[in-house]
Design a protein around this ligand. Structure first.
Ligand code: M6R
Length: 366
């Protein structure tokens, strides 16, 4: 049932190229330049006139939500708020019938997310669900939505579900933007072609597994880890830290790279591994300075870069070089080495990778 893999988590990491194809099947065509998410088309007028989107979720799904904020605001210029479902539900949130609430949940059974949906429904918002489990409570409670089609995710640490959530949010943002006319047809095609290519680029990234395993060996006894990223890769930093915490029990924090100087920099010494998401995007030069700040304090830098980045290779202790893609799609690739790094570290520390202590696959208690 693990398809020849030692753990479900590893199997699910390796399934990502396939499930991303499943997630977009019938929903877009790069050649013909169209997108059609079932749930969106049905409510397009309401979605188009929305004054604001509110995304609510927990854990990894919340990290996908943070990416959703970036994508929808960047592409369609509509304001987005993202909130932990557990906070949202208890603070008498301001919601009206002009808002669209997007609830994201792999299991579709998370109690806090379900409760947040009920509140938003009472206040007449349209609820759009992004769920993996078909017929789940959240899928049934929403007005419209899209399934992620990641297939069953057994490992408690979410991996392939996250990638498919991000793909759905990308399609959603593009479809809204296309309808609003905030992106050009040529840009749309360019992104869709890149999206179509992402499964192949994930396959390329997975080939770095042996190298990542060697890096894991070096850092497996660390007691703390810092993950830094900017822009779209900031939520990926949060996600990388969460993966490590959950399965290896190493304390890890994700930070926007520029925030480091406002506090966490005090933690940096030769014992501190810092994973930096440093792909060739608009923040590249800034990230180079952040790496220098870490190195000046003897921190150990593991940088996720694009192939051919000699500038960062000369600065970092370890570089993991992944293929280049469109900036907004970069998280779909940068998250993969972070999933593998936490998997290998956990394995080397002898923890139960698929069923970490104190955690359940779906949190149905409040
Ligand atoms: O099923 P959901 O997506 O609603 O679950 C939300 C979180 O409980 C979940 O993402 C959790 O953080 C995972 N164990 C992360 O790997």
């Amino acid at each position: 049932e693990k398809g020849g893999f030692d753990h479900f988590m590893l199997k699910e990491i390796y399934e990502q190229p396939k499930v991303l194809e499943d997630a977009v099947r019938g929903r877009m065509s790069a050649e013909d330049g169209w997108i059609k998410l079932g749930g969106v088309s049905e409510y397009i007028n309401k979605i188009n006139s929305a004054k604001r989107f509110i995304i609510t979720a927990c854990g990894t799904s919340y990290h996908a939500g943070l990416l959703g904020e970036y994508l929808i605001e960047e592409l369609s210029r509509v304001p987005v708020e993202v909130e932990y479902a557990s906070e949202f539900r208890y603070r008498n949130p301001i919601i009206s019938e002009n808002d669209i609430v997007i609830a994201i949940s792999q299991s579709g059974e998370t109690a806090d997310t379900l409760a947040a949906i009920e509140i938003a429904k009472e206040r007449q918002a349209l609820i759009y669900g992004i769920c993996n489990v078909i017929g789940s409570s959240i899928a049934r409670a929403t007005h419209a939505g899209s399934y992620t089609h990641a297939g069953p995710e057994i490992g408690v640490a979410s991996t392939k579900a996250f990638s498919t959530q991000v793909v759905i949010l990308t399609l959603l943002a593009l479809q809204i933007a296309e309808h609003k006319g905030t992106i050009t047809t040529s840009y749309l095609r360019q992104v869709l072609f890149e999206l179509k290519n992402i499964p192949n680029k994930i396959k390329e990234t997975l080939k770095l597994d042996a190298q990542i395993q060697e890096i894991a060996e070096v850092f497996k006894d660390a007691t703390n880890f810092l993950y830094l990223g900017r822009g779209v890769n900031y939520p990926v930093a949060l996600e990388g830290a969460l993966k490590l915490k959950e399965i290896s029990y190493i304390h890890a924090e994700g930070y926007p790279a520029a925030e480091m100087k406002h506090g966490p920099i005090a933690l940096i010494d030769e014992q501190m591994p810092v994973v930096v998401l440093a792909t060739n995007d608009s923040a590249h030069e800034k990230i180079v300075s952040n790496i220098m700040e870490v190195k000046a304090r003897s921190g150990k830098v593991i940088a996720i870069v694009n192939e051919g980045d000699t500038e960062i290779a000369a600065l970092a202790d370890y570089t993991i070089a992944i293929p280049q893609t469109e900036e907004i799609l970069s998280p779909l690739l940068t998250v993969v080495p972070l999933q593998l790094l936490s998997y290998h570290i956990a394995l080397m520390r002898g923890t139960n990778v698929d069923q970490p202590r104190n955690l359940a696959k779906s949190v149905t208690v409040e």
